[in-house]
Write a protein that binds this ligand. Sequence first.
Ligand code: SF4
Ligand code: ZN
Length: 270
Amino acid sequence: MFLAGAECPFTCSFCDLWRWTLDGPTPVGAIPVQLARALEPLARPLPERLKLYNASNFFDARAVPREDLPRIAELARPFAAVTVESHASTIGPATLELKTLVSGRLEVAVGLETIHPVAMEHLNKRLALARFDSAAEFLAGHDIDLRAFVLLGLPYVPVQESIAWTIRSVEYAVARGAKRVAIIPVRSGNGELERLQALGAFVPPTLAQLEDALVQCSAIASAAVTADLWDVDRLPACEVCRPQRIARIRAMNLRSGPWLPASSSCSACA
Ligand code: SF4
Ligand SMILES: [Zn+2]
């Protein structure tokens, strides 16, 4: 469920979620009303998991008023699991409150993005690894699942090292308890990345790199690693093998293992 609410106070250089937010704080009651309206027409049986994405941090009271948590939990009751998104810094008492209220299993999705030291600085995410670690520890200590987001194709990471840094970052998240990790190719479109691209500091990741990163993560047994296919048609790719690569990534995303063998090489882009 994509919910409209207050804008995120962080200003990560790669993020364009502010386009889907309100100008001021989320009015009390607005999130439950949106959720109720969106759930109502859904066909039964409902899926097992409800994901609530509000283009910000779920535990920021400006984005999701605390007084709305009981009603949100009530609406989420038919689901066996509930996922919300949060910056590591806003995980805390409100997270525990939601955990107490929801009847299903709670999972919090946190953007680790990368562990590359230079790229991290330039992301402007204001997230030190120690903060991610303590958030992961907090969630594990309260029996809350951790999902992590890791980026592919970051500015300031040399292209030839791009996949390796993504894999290292996925491994880092998994080592701290992430049960699911989504690899997200960095997408331009917010102005800043276009500026960096013009300066030569950003090369958009390709579909082939995304597939490669996903295949290489297949060795990680303790977590489900997936590749984010949002706007996949915008990723640079060879037009001959594009459909085959997308189909293969989709298949890999959906199966828990064993993984498919490597793509047959494409004569057009090999
Ligand atoms: S913390 Fe998340 S929502 Fe906020 S600007 Fe960064 S990526 Fe976007
Ligand atoms: Zn090709």
